[in-house]
Design a binder for this molecule. Structure first.
Ligand code: SF4
Length: 549
C-alpha cells in the first residue's frame, strides 16, 4: 500500500521555476517584479502631472523614481563628479542626480520639421541645449527637472511625438528604415505596419508589464539598416513565391552580457498580419518570459531554450490560432556600409542627404539649424538612423549642392571619413549611472586623431564605444568594440580604459567580436592602439578583404 502524500511542510520549498506567468508563477520573485505587480508603470503619468511636477523632486516615491518613471522615458542621470570606480559600490540613490534624461521615441526614425523644431525648443528651454541622437533612432535630452515634464509632454504630443514606453520593461521604439517609401530598391515600405502597431499597442496595459525591455524592428531596407539580427523581434522585407511583398519573422536577438543573434522562424507574414503577429510574439514574451532573474529576462533566453520550432508552434497555436505559411529568407544585404550617409537618388527623382554628427551629439541650436536648412531647400522630413546619424529627405536635384554646403559648414558632414561615419558611442559617465568610463568625448577625440594619422583610410570599419559591460553602443557587432572598464595604468593605478573586442559584424557573415584575452588599453593609449591595429590590417589585407575577415 502506498502512503498518502505528505502535506507540504513549512520548510518544503516549491520549485520556483523561472517566474513564467503561463506556468502559474504569478508571485513576484524579485523587487522589480513586485513593483510592477503593485502598480503598472503607465499609471505614473498622472502622478507626475498631479503631484511630482507640483511638489518637486523630493516628493517622488522611490518606486516611481527608479522604476515607473522609465515607462515614460525618464531616468535619473548620474550625479556629476562621481568617478567610475564608485559605480558598483555606491547605492543607487547615491548616484542619482535630481535631474533626468528624457528619451523621445521616434518610431521608424520619422520626423517632420515641426517635430524637429519642437525637440529643439524643448532642448533649449528645458534641457540646457542637450540633444543626442541614439543608435535606436531616438533623441535623448538631459538636465530635465520633474517640474517641466508636463509642459514637455504637452509640446511633444501637440506634434504627434511621445515618450511613452521609451524605456522600462515595455515595447520600446520600433526601428524602421529612414528611407522607407523613397528607396528605389526597397522590398517593402514598412511605415504603415510600424504606425499601425504603435497606434494599437503602445500605451496598452496588456503589454506594459513585460519581463524586461522588448526591441522591435520592421523594415524592407535592402541594406538591412535596422540591424534585425539583434532585435527581440524583427520583420524583414521579403517577396513570396507569388511575388507578394511581406515579411520574414526573426526573434530572439540581443546583445549585452549574453549576446545572441536572432533566429528566423521561417514564416511569411503578410503586411496586414504584422500587428497580430507582433502581438503574438510579445504575448509569448509576457507570458512565458523568465522573470526570476533580470539578466535572464530577455526573450533571447526563451528562444534559445525552446528552439524555433517550438516557438513557432506556440505562436501559431496559442496566440494566432492559425498557421503561418513558410516563407523565403531575405536577400543578403548589399555589402559594405549599412548606413544612409551621403547623397543618393530617391525613387521619385529627388535626393536624400545623409549626414554625420559626431557620435550622435547635437544640441538644440543644431537641430533648429538642420530644420532651417531642410526647409530652405524644400524638404519637410529629417529622419534619424540606427547609426546615430540623420537624413534630410525629398531634396530636389537643383537644391542638393545648397543642402550639402550648408550642412558641411555646420560640421554636419555629408562625406565624412570612415572614422566619423562609423564610430558610435553610448552616453557614458557624463550622464549614465551604470557607466564606468567617459565615452562621447573620448570617441570624438579618437575620430580626430585617426583622421589625422590615417587620412587615406577608406575601408568600412566600425568602432563602437561603450561605457560599461552593457551594450548600448553594440560593441559585440563592431569591427573594433571597446568595452569600458577600469584598467591598470603604467604607474600601477586604476584608470579609465577598455577591454577590446575585435572582428564583430552583422550582415553577410554575422558574428560577435572576439574578446582578446588580456587585450586592454587605457583611454590615453587608445589612439596609438587603434592606429597600430589599422596599419597592420592595411599592410596585410588581401584583395577585397574586410576587417572582420
Ligand atoms: Fe550606460 Fe553602459 Fe549603456 Fe553606456 S553601455 S549608456 S555606460 S548602460
Amino acid at each position: 500500500m502506498t502512503s498518502p502524500p505528505r502535506p507540504a511542510s513549512r520548510h518544503h520549498k516549491r520549485p520556483r521555476g523561472e517566474g513564467q506567468w503561463a506556468l502559474g508563477y504569478r508571485e513576484p520573485l524579485n523587487k522589480n517584479e513586485e513593483n510592477k505587480r503593485n502598480d503598472d508603470g503607465l499609471n505614473v503619468r498622472q502622478r507626475i502631472i498631479d503631484i511630482y511636477s507640483k511638489q518637486g523632486f523630493d516628493s517622488i516615491d522611490p518606486a516611481d523614481l527608479r522604476g515607473r518613471f522609465r515607462w515614460y522615458g525618464l531616468y535619473t542621470q548620474r550625479k556629476p563628479g562621481i568617478d567610475g570606480g564608485k559605480t558598483a559600490i555606491l547605492e543607487p540613490e547615491e548616484l542619482d542626480d535630481r535631474y533626468f534624461m528624457l528619451r523621445v521615441r521616434i518610431d521608424g526614425g520619422r520626423l517632420n520639421l515641426a517635430q524637429l523644431r519642437t525637440i529643439a525648443d524643448i532642448s533649449e528651454r528645458y534641457a540646457r541645449g542637450t540633444a543626442d541622437v541614439t543608435d535606436r533612432q531616438n533623441i535623448q535630452l538631459h538636465w530635465i527637472d520633474v517640474e517641466s515634464v508636463p509642459a514637455i509632454w504637452e509640446a511633444l504630443e501637440a506634434v504627434g511625438l511621445s515618450t511613452t514606453e521609451a524605456c522600462g520593461d515595455t515595447p520600446r521604439v520600433m526601428l524602421g528604415c529612414p528611407l522607407a517609401g523613397i528607396d528605389a530598391d526597397e522590398v517593402i515600405d514598412a511605415t504603415p505596419q510600424i504606425e499601425d502597431t504603435v497606434a494599437r499597442y503602445i500605451g496598452d496595459q496588456a503589454y506594459s508589464n513585460l519581463p524586461r525591455k522588448f526591441k522591435s524592428a520592421m523594415s524592407g531596407c535592402p541594406a538591412h539598416c535596422t540591424v534585425h539580427e539583434i532585435n527581440d523581434v524583427a520583420f524583414v522585407g521579403v517577396v513570396d513565391e507569388h511575388g507578394e511583398p511581406g515579411y520574414d519573422l526573426w526573434v530572439g536577438g540581443g546583445l549585452s552580457t549574453n549576446p545572441m543573434l536572432a533566429k528566423r522562424l521561417g514564416t511569411f507574414v503578410r503586411p496586414d498580419q504584422v500587428h497580430e503577429v507582433w502581438a503574438g510574439v510579445i504575448g509569448i514574451f509576457r507570458d512565458y518570459g523568465y522573470r526570476r532573474l533580470r539578466h535572464r529576462a530577455r526573450i533571447k533566453f526563451l528562444v534559445n531554450d525552446w528552439g524555433v520550432e517550438r516557438f513557432r508552434e506556440v505562436l501559431e497555436k496559442e496566440y494566432l490560432g492559425y498557421p503561418l505559411p513558410d516563407g523565403p529568407a531575405p536577400e543578403l544585404p548589399r555589402g559594405g556600409r549599412r548606413d544612409h550617409v551621403g547623397v543618393h537618388r530617391q525613387k521619385d527623382g529627388n535626393f536624400y542627404v545623409g549626414f554625420a554628427p559626431k557620435v550622435g551629439r547635437l544640441d538644440g541650436d543644431k537641430l533648429r539649424l538642420i530644420a532651417d536648412i531642410a526647409e530652405r531647400h524644400g524638404s519637410d522630413r529629417v529622419h534619424t538612423t540606427v547609426e546615430q546619424k540623420m537624413v534630410i529627405l525629398d531634396v530636389a536635384p537643383g537644391q542638393v549642392d545648397g543642402v550639402v554646403a550648408e550642412l558641411e559648414a555646420a560640421d554636419l558632414q555629408v562625406t565624412p571619413s570612415t572614422f566619423r561615419r562609423q564610430t558610435m558611442a553610448c552616453t557614458g559617465i557624463e550622464y549614465c549611472k551604470l557607466a564606468i568610463v567617459e565615452t562621447k568625448g573620448l570617441a570624438s577625440r579618437l575620430i580626430d586623431e585617426l583622421e589625422e594619422r590615417l587620412p587615406d583610410f577608406d575601408q568600412p570599419l566600425t568602432i563602437n564605444v561603450n561605457g560599461c559591460p552593457n551594450s548600448c553602443a553594440r560593441i559585440q557587432t563592431a569591427d573594433i568594440g571597446l568595452k569600458g572598464q577600469l584598467v591598470t595604468g603604467a604607474d600601477g593605478r586604476q584608470v579609465e580604459g577598455f577591454q577590446i573586442h575585435l572582428g564583430g559584424s552583422l550582415g553577410v557573415n554575422p558574428g560577435f567580436g572576439r574578446k582578446v584575452r588580456g587585450l586592454k588599453a587605457t583611454a590615453d593609449e587608445l589612439p596609438d592602439y587603434v592606429e597600430r591595429v589599422l596599419k597592420n590590417f592595411q599592410s596585410q589585407r588581401g584583395d577585397g578583404e574586410t576587417f572582420a575577415e
